[in-house]
Design a protein around this ligand. Structure first.
Ligand code: KG4
Ligand code: ZN
Length: 352
């Protein structure tokens, strides 16, 4: 049973065909990096315009690569939120038109649930429940308990910046390109993670909530104190795009800062994940979302001796894609959870 997934919640236009919720027949992602990179972050109006340009060819290519026609599809799934409302609208409107024209059922998928299914898609049968899911990306830092049948309970979330957003803001502040996560990830191993001592966030109320704004401000203070403006300006002017471009332009103290920043983010994520695993008696843990491609996080999770096995998506499925949306739609379709044409874009859609 084939489902076409469509994902346009942020700055990737993506379409994929997935069979039986577990076999990826195609997965096409058109990145808007070239458009947003020079602004150091996603510009919502430009994102909507780019989605409009890309959506038809991306869907066509996904069907072509899967060797599928509309007659082969059982349903069309689309991200309904959370995300940028103008971006979501492009995917939703196109999905609705296709469903209407081809008489296919429409399924709305929560983007965060999609990230969780990026892992279930690949290693579904290994996951034992209850599971702990840590979804950590540019827009989200959430901890969920996942029970059999995909029942979710929110355990904690960020009160300010998402972890990926902290990476992107720190990278921008220091004159690295956008997105900052992959660049910091590759530069961090060149620095000493214990060189700069950052204070871990202590949360009043729900101790499992996150906060990354204090860490970001601490990095800013460190930068001001160490008078880095000339060095930062050199990196900005270099128009570099990769860690290899930036490495020769980055003195050791800054590499130490990046390593210490990354070390602190990882510690914030994993210490809460460990508490949740104990609290809910998790039998497996899922870490997904763009930041889940971080090599430091993957290594630290493996070395942390958590009380259950930890599963990450392959890097291509960590960042935004539509295969995860089609996969998340499969159990909904089987359960008859089909949407009607009142389905709308919900910028702040919650999963639980
Ligand atoms: O899941 P995603 O593609 O989009 C959202 O749903 O937000 O995640 C993008 C985020 C960006 O903030 C990016 O900097 C971060 O994931 N990211 C990383 C890495 N790769 C992407 N952060 C740390 N290390 C990485 N290797
Ligand atoms: Zn995402």
């Amino acid at each position: 049973m084939q489902i076409l997934g469509i994902e346009t919640s942020c700055d990737e236009t993506a379409a994929a065909v997935v069979a039986d919720g577990s076999s990826i027949l195609s997965s096409v992602v058109a990145s808007q990096l070239a458009t947003h990179g020079k602004y150091g972050g996603v510009v919502p109006e430009l994102a909507s315009r780019e989605h409009l340009r890309a959506i038809v060819p991306v869907v066509r290519l996904a069907l072509e690569e899967a060797g599928a026609g509309f007659d082969d599809l059982a349903a069309i799934a689309v991200t309904e939120g959370p995300g940028l409302v103008g971006s979501l609208l492009v995917g939703i409107t196109y999905a609705k038109s296709l469903c209407l024209a081809r008489d296919l059922p429409l399924i709305g998928v929560n983007h965060i649930e999609g990230h969780i299914h990026a892992v279930i898609l690949e290693v579904g049968s290994s996951i034992e429940y209850p599971a702990l899911a840590l979804v950590v990306s540019g827009g989200h830092t959430h901890l969920f308990e996942v029970r059999e049948g995909f029942v979710y309970r929110l355990l904690g979330k960020t009160r300010d910046d998402a972890a990926g957003e902290a990476y992107d803001k720190v990278a921008k502040l220091l004159g690295f390109g956008y997105p900052g996560g992959p660049i910091i990830d590759q530069l961090a191993p060149h620095g000493d993670p214990r060189a700069v001592k950052f204070t871990l966030a202590r949360m009043k109320g729900n101790a499992l909530d996150f906060s990354f704004s204090g860490l970001k401000t601490a990095v800013l203070r460190w930068v001001e104190h160490h008078a880095l403006s000339a060095e930062i300006e050199t990196r900005r002017r270099s128009q570099g795009t990769s860690a290899a471009d930036f490495l020769p332009l980055t003195p050791q103290p800054t590499l130490d800062l990046l390593a210490s920043f990354q070390h602190t983010v990882i510690e914030e994520l994993l210490r809460r994940a460990a508490v949740c695993i104990e609290d809910i008696g998790a039998r497996s843990a899922i870490i997904s979302g763009g930041v889940a491609s971080n090599t430091g996080l993957r290594d630290a999770a493996r070395a942390a001796g958590l009380a259950c096995p930890v599963y990450f998506p392959t890097p291509a499925l960590s960042t935004d894609n539509a295969a995860m949306i089609a996969a998340a739609a499969f159990p909904k379709f089987r359960a008859g959870l089909v949407a009607d044409f009142t389905l709308r874009a919900q910028a702040n859609l919650a999963l639980a």
